[in-house]
Ligand binder design. Sequence first.
Ligand SMILES: [Zn+2]
Ligand SMILES: [Zn+2]
Length: 166
Amino acid sequence: MAATNTSNKPFEAFIDKLRSDYPQFNFRPGRQTRWSPRDKTVIYNSSEISQKLKSGLLHELAHGLLGHSTYNSDFELLKMESEAWTTAAELGRKYGVKISDDYIQTCLDTYRDWLHRRSTCPTCGTHVMQKDATNYQCYNCQTAWEVTGARFLRPYRKSLKNTKTR
Ligand SMILES: [Zn+2]
Ligand SMILES: [Zn+2]
């Protein structure tokens, strides 16, 4: 589709460079930029703005390099996201992709907001700790609630609108 667009040439070169530097991973286009631990693949949506896509892609690659696959709590996921951005920023220096702290904090806010929503008691509004991977229980009023398993979300703030999870 976009392959014939000459403005995408620098991006193709970028992907080719990552492919040769990280032969242990696959890189393929897809609907959503994300890391797939199961098939060790960085999936990227090449229709996104080039610079943003590059940082997103380096972020997903960072998940792969850090061996991220599963996590047992929302907080652990947030920690992994934070680590992935630290590594992505280092990769960015290597590949000439500027990933600012501001941008990273904005992306992490997506997770913080999400974590905050999931961990807020639906009955009394108290903010509580997670009980296990899919359950929360309020220490204040004893209300228990279930959440869907955590997963790597798109590292962009706008993705929140589309997520069905609490
Ligand atoms: Zn991530
Ligand atoms: Zn409560």
